[in-house]
Ligand binder design. Structure first.
Ligand code: FES
Length: 145
């Protein structure tokens, strides 16, 4: 049921860990399944994501999507990282089973939450970034899959 890429990122996740004094940290959860994901971003003065780490307490798909999401945002600017949607993460993983789509939303929201935290710390506004929900389940019904 899982693609090879999902299995690869689940068994050998990239960028696991945490960043001390991170530029931005985002934590989101899904109250329905109980899974939690935290993303740390290290962003330099020109707004480029130098490093990114994650910790996920969750299902295999949550681990695989957080791993892929960190790979996709690394080296990108803040604005480019905003374009990394859950659909982009799923495509990069060659797809997820429909019941696991919400896991990729956790990855997208965790990145947004970390970017939001970064913007708040810097006192800046990131165009197109909305205040993230800490529980993605709240908005799940209205999400388009
Ligand atoms: Fe909830 Fe995967 S089952 S994040």
């Amino acid at each position: 049921m899982y693609t090879e890429k999902v299995m690869d990122h689940f068994t050998n996740p990239r960028n696991v860990g945490e960043i001390e004094n991170a530029s931005g940290v985002g934590t989101v959860g899904n109250a329905k399944c109980g899974d939690i994901m935290r993303i740390y971003l290290d962003i330099d003065d020109s707004g480029v994501i130098k490093d990114v780490k994650f910790k996920t307490f969750g299902c295999g798909a949550a681990v695989a999507t957080s791993s892929m999401a960190t790979e996709l945002v690394k080296g990108k600017t803040v604005n480019e990282a905003l374009q990394v949607t859950n659909k982009a993460v799923m495509e990069a993983l060659d797809g997820l089973p429909p019941v696991k789509v919400h896991c990729s939303l956790l990855a997208e929201e965790a990145i947004h939450a970390a970017l939001w935290d970064y913007a708040e710390k810097k006192g800046i506004k990131i165009e197109g970034l909305e205040k993230p929900k800490s529980d993605i389940h709240e908005g799940e019904e209205s999400e388009e899959y």
